[in-house]
Design a protein around this ligand. Structure first.
Ligand code: AMP
Ligand code: GLY
Length: 425
């Protein structure tokens, strides 16, 4: 099969790494790809949002399966366009992707169907939002969320009124995230541990992926601003069989079924970001795609053939056999550019990669890197993902943390506590 993978991050490098291991894969193209993907696939300089050019490329090259990583092309309708042209593509269509694209839609959907989530209000004007803030309806801290996509940065946990007013001003008045800030969700703050619960679905059947725990805050001890994710481990240490069944019954199955009933059949990866509260698991957000860096730790543990699994979701015949996983514990630590998730510089030379790649069992996925004259340079906020998969969490994290000092670039920083199991804030 000829396969096209859309995207350029660490998540896509991990998917590419797994796809090329499949005997079904004769040729893999990545658009636009990154420095690391260029070593295992042919990178094609087409941006992931240029849907018509991607579709034309897939037609010309007679691509048998396209796999979409990021949410933006999904929200723009890449799946609808490919399907219109009779091309096979893995991911939800535009109507189903609304579950991630609009937080207002997602919250109202959950309310309609009694899917557990935090209490919330929606405001479409700044004055209305300020009125809700000052009404005393929500205690502090509370959470202000821009309605639309904001690369994981449109969510502000606000300790007091001042912070909440600033967030509303930035989102709705200054339009920091453009049209994504036309509406906001004001939500109660949920206390507990976070869990990323990710499944594949063909719209009716569901295949859960192994559980993961993501570390979203920028700095050690869950301090600092939220990022796309600074590291992850799999499995999550905090999930019992009972909790697993509860999540499937109260969140995952109702979501898939109700979307189908509402004419939004969801085919692809459904990611529920959950808070494990004292009242049970509640949904913080849905994503319509694989997680980043959750995918990195999941692909390290997947034993089944990813191409077969994805194809079966596309053809609405999701594998009846369960996906097979290794029982090892995998981990991923993100090496980021100084300043991330705020502004940062690009183009810094990355040293020591070759040496780090010699460490047995260490797997390095590239995120924001570019390749020029045989050298790698930083090209994004999250630059590299240093990963391993060993018998125990301690062995995995030791391998990763012992290897990181081999690598360096100007401004590099990373969290030193990925996988550390702490008390809830
Ligand atoms: P979201 O994009 O909605 O998942 O929000 C990003 C992050 O903000 C989550 O991973 C949580 O760490 C935090 N967050 C979002 N909503 C809430 C909430 N209602 N209570 C507590 N933390 C939240
Ligand atoms: N790691 C969080 C996400 O993929 O949304």
């Amino acid at each position: 099969m000829k396969i096209l993978l859309v995207g350029a991050g660490g998540r896509e490098h991990a998917l590419a790494w797994k796809i090329v291991q499949s005997p079904h894969c004769q040729k893999l193209y990545c658009a636009p790809g990154n420095g690391g993907m260029a070593r295992i696939a042919e990178v094609v300089p087409i941006e992931d949002t240029n849907i018509s050019l991607l579709a034309r490329f897939a037609e010309e090259k007679k691509i048998d399966l396209t796999v979409v990583g990021p949410e933006v092309p999904l929200a723009l309708g890449i799946v609808d366009e490919f399907e219109r042209r009779g091309l096979k593509i893995y991911g939800p269509n535009k109507k189903a992707a609304e579950i991630e694209k609009s937080k207002v839609f997602a919250k109202e959907f959950m309310e309609r169907h009694r899917i557990p989530t935090g209490r919330f209000r929606v405001a479409s004007r700044a004055e209305e939002a300020l009125r809700i803030l000052n009404s005393g309806e929500f205690e502090f801290p509370l959470v202000v969320k821009a309605d639309g996509l904001a690369a994981g940065k449109g969510v502000v946990v606000c300790a007091n009124v001042k912070r909440a007013e600033d967030a509303i001003n930035e989102i709705m008045v200054k339009k920091k995230f453009g049209p994504s800030g036309e509406r906001v969700v004001i939500e109660e703050f949920l206390k507990g541990r976070e869990l990323s619960f990710i499944v594949l679905t063909d719209g009716t059947r569901v295949q859960p992926l192994v559980t993961t725990m993501d570390h979203k805050a920028a700095y050690d001890g869950d301090k600092g601003p939220n990022t796309g994710g600074m590291g992850a481990i799999s499995p999550s240490p905090f999930i019992s069989e009972k909790l697993y069944a509860q999540i499937m019954d109260t969140i995952i199955f109702p979501t898939v079924t109700r979307l189908l009933e509402e004419g939004r059949r969801f085919k692809g990866t459904l990611y529920a970001g959950l808070m494990l509260t004292s009242e049970g698991p509640k949904v913080l957000e849905y994503n319509c795609r694989f997680g980043d860096p959750e995918t990195q730790v999941q692909m390290l543990r997947m034993e089944s053939d990813l191409v077969e699994v994805l194809m079966s979701a596309v053809t609405e015949d999701l594998l009846k056999d369960e996906i097979k996983w290794s029982s090892k514990v995998s981990g991923c630590v993100v090496l980021a550019s100084g300043g991330y998730p705020g502004s940062y510089e690009k183009g810094k030379l990355i040293r020591g990669l070759e040496e780090a790649e010699k460490v047995p069992g260490l797997v390095i996925f590239h995120a924001g890197t570019s390749l020029a004259n045989g050298q790698y340079y930083t090209n994004g906020g999250r630059v590299l993902n240093v990963c391993a998969s060993e018998e125990t969490l301690q062995q995995t994290m030791k391998k990763i943390y012992d290897s990181i000092p081999l690598i360096n670039f100007d401004g590099m920083f990373y969290r030193k506590d990925i996988g550390a199991i702490k008390e809830v804030r």
